[in-house]
Design a protein around this ligand. Structure first.
Ligand SMILES: Cc1cc2nc3c(=O)[nH]c(=O)nc-3n(C[C@H](O)[C@H](O)[C@H](O)COP(=O)(O)OP(=O)(O)OC[C@H]3O[C@@H](n4cnc5c(N)ncnc54)[C@H](O)[C@@H]3O)c2cc1C
Length: 570
């Protein structure tokens, strides 16, 4: 049942290495004051962890076994630890330290919607807690049971609901079970000539249900849309029965119930199935690299693209620090590479007047028929050129495309060497993006300077829309001695998140709320907005049996008269 490393990202036999990247060690030394050449510290061995025994009353265990079969109810330490949290930096650090928190008491794996409903019925009947589990990749604290939870906690692993059920070719809609992982979904769709076009960086290890429950966004959202755009209809097992919406293209049936399910993080029920937009696999697909003389030129180009008739599938520009980091992670070059690189550098500096320290790397993607791609490249090329950009061909884009699912492994590599790295991302209207960026940069610097620690912050803009775009910040911290590293991380993370909401941006563009971002919800949505959400969760789940404490923090348990108000699955 356990798939990813229990205290890290991805497969057990895959790890990031700097051995073939000669520029990385000096880069990290210079920017974080950290020598990554030293002896790495690995997480504690799993066998050395103190895993508390589960607390699963016999009648509940029997009801769960009745629901899914004995082979699909697990109380093994490894399954309980793997299903306890997601993959946020805080999750990884605490797991590595052996601070396991409140573990689920059992992990159950239903095979279909009827079994999911039977599991929920058992949970409600025994006043337990149910937490749906997709791939466990969220980074917002969306899975961890509340520390003070006294009731049995059941993690429902959705991985056995993994099938493409049907494709309606005329409507370009597919019915898909919610537990399917990204690669298995694309393989089933591709076999019939279709694609969903949703490729988050966590694609290999995350599921359709998780994407919907966190309002995920993939790298090609410029063309295909976020998961909120892609999801036409849902089926959700709730305490009141199975909710299903119709896969109509649009409707005026009041506040959208479909939208309420999007981003609900397991608080309204278990998503078992969705009907999603699919597209024909494109005949041609290319991602080109571009270099811009500065961040402001690059931002202006992305804004101009969004306002133009161009329809790229990917628009992304890194700021100068992220560009420098990308170059520092490249592999050892061949003599031919060095000649080409020297020629390009000479051209950029002498002929185009680039300051290499300010230069920004961009990727722009194109998909469709060969004629469409060719026409789009020309159109985009003209806009890029007006903003001082230079096309550097397909090879940087190909490399980025191949390596993007491997990049997450670098976080574990840095943790082994004492540095903390994480991400915070947001979205804002075009007019506000430059000021937002400046505010985040100065807040982060003030935070690590105040700590007396060394830090590095870098950013890219991606996911362009009519009205604005997402800004995605990655930060790394070499913590100062004498204070807990996680506390220092919090100071920087909070400074960045607060800068988002103070600048009028959202608390997250695609990483959801969970518990990590809940404290900024009222500033983002206003108090009446939060009250509306609270009423929704309380109305659907009066007993707080469904993933309590996520999105909106826990109320005092005494406020809830659970047994009196609880609805039951009919
Ligand atoms: C390295 C890395 C890269 C990432 N890149 C991206 C990215 O590019 N884009 C992006 O959007 N996100 C990204 N994320 C965040 C994460 O992958 C997403 O939030 C993803 O959508 C979570 O899916 P999951 O299947 O892993 O869900 P989980 O982490 O298992 O669960 C997330 C939440 O959804 C609920 N849930 C899961 N399945 C169901 C269901 N069937 N019914 C009801 N509720 C359910 C859970 O209870 C939980 O509250 C990244 C994370 C990491 C660690």
């Amino acid at each position: 049942m356990s798939r990813m490393k229990w205290a890290g990202w991805g497969e057990a036999d895959v790890a990031f290495s700097d051995a073939d990247k000669p520029e990385l060690r000096p880069f990290i030394n210079e920017n974080l004051g950290l020598d990554i050449g030293g002896e790495p510290a690995a997480p504690a061995a799993f066998a050395d962890l103190e895993v508390p025994p589960p607390s699963l009353p016999e009648p509940l265990a029997a009801a769960l076994i009745d629901a899914v079969g004995e082979a699909h109810v697990s109380t093994t330490p490894l399954d309980r630890v793997v299903h306890a949290r997601g993959k946020s930096l805080r999750d990884l650090v605490r797991h590595r330290r052996g601070e396991l928190g409140r573990l689920p008491d059992a992990v159950v794996s239903p095979a279909g919607e009827a079994e999911v409903a039977a599991v929920l019925q058992a949970v409600l009947a025994h006043d337990a807690v149910l937490i749906p589990f997709g791939g466990g990749t969220n980074i917002s604290g969306s899975l961890e049971p509340p520390r003070e939870e006294m009731r049995p906690v059941i993690s429902v692993d959705m991985a056995r609901l993994d099938r493409l059920l049907s494709v309606d070719a005329a409507s370009r809609l597919a019915r898909v079970q919610a537990g399917v992982f990204g690669p298995a979904l694309e393989a089933q769709l591709n076999a019939r000539g279709w694609t969903l076009g949703h490729f988050p960086d966590s694609f290999s290890h995350s599921t359709l249900g998780g994407w919907i429950a966190t309002r995920s966004s993939g790298m090609q959202s410029d063309k295909y849309g976020d998961v909120a755009d892609l999801t036409r209809a849902v089926r959700v097992v709730t305490p009141a029965g199975t909710l299903h919406t119709r896969p109509v293209p649009s409707t005026s049936t009041g506040p959208s119930v479909r939208e309420m399910v999007l981003g609900s993080e397991g608080r309204l029920g278990i998503i078992t199935e969705a009907t999603v937009h699919v597209h024909r696999v494109p005949a041609s697909r290319v991602i080109l690299g571009y270099l811009f003389p500065s961040w402001s030129d690059g931002l202006a180009a992305m804004q101009a693209l969004a306002a133009s008739e161009a329809t790229p599938s990917v628009t992304r520009i890194s700021d100068a620090p992220e560009t420098a980091f990308s170059f520092a992670t490249r592999k050892a070059s061949t003599p031919l590479d060095r000649i080409k690189s020297k020629a390009l550098t000479t051209y950029l500096t002498r002929r185009r007047g680039f300051d290499l320290g300010q230069m920004c790397l961009s990727f722009i993607g194109y998909e469709g028929s060969h004629a469409h791609v060719a026409a789009q490249r020309k159109l985009v090329g003209r806009i890029v050129g007006r903003h001082g950009g230079v096309c550097v061909g397909a090879s940087p884009g190909e490399l980025y495309d191949q390596k993007k699912f491997d990049t997450p492994y670098i976080r574990d590599f840095l943790l082994d060497r004492g540095a903390l790295a994480d991400v915070s991302e947001t979205a804002a209207p075009w007019a506000q993006l430059p000021a937002l960026y400046d505010r985040v940069v100065s807040s982060a610097r003030a935070a690590w300077d105040g700590l007396g620690a060394r830090g590095y912050l870098m950013c890219h803009l991606s996911h362009s829309y009519h009205a604005g775009a997402c800004m995605y910040f990655t930060f790394a911290l070499n913590p100062a001695a004498g204070r807990d590293a996680l506390e220092q991380y919090d100071v920087v993370k909070v400074a960045i998140q607060q800068a988002f909401v103070d600048a009028g941006a959202t608390l997250s563009h695609h990483h959801a709320v969970g518990t990590e971002h809940a404290r900024w919800l009222e500033q983002d949505l206003s108090a009446p907005g939060v009250a509306m959400l609270r009423a929704l969760f309380d109305g659907v789940d009066p007993g707080r049996n469904l993933n309590p404490g996520k999105i909106i923090g826990a109320r005092g348990l005494a406020e809830v008269s659970r047994s009196a108000r609880r609805l039951r699955v009919p």
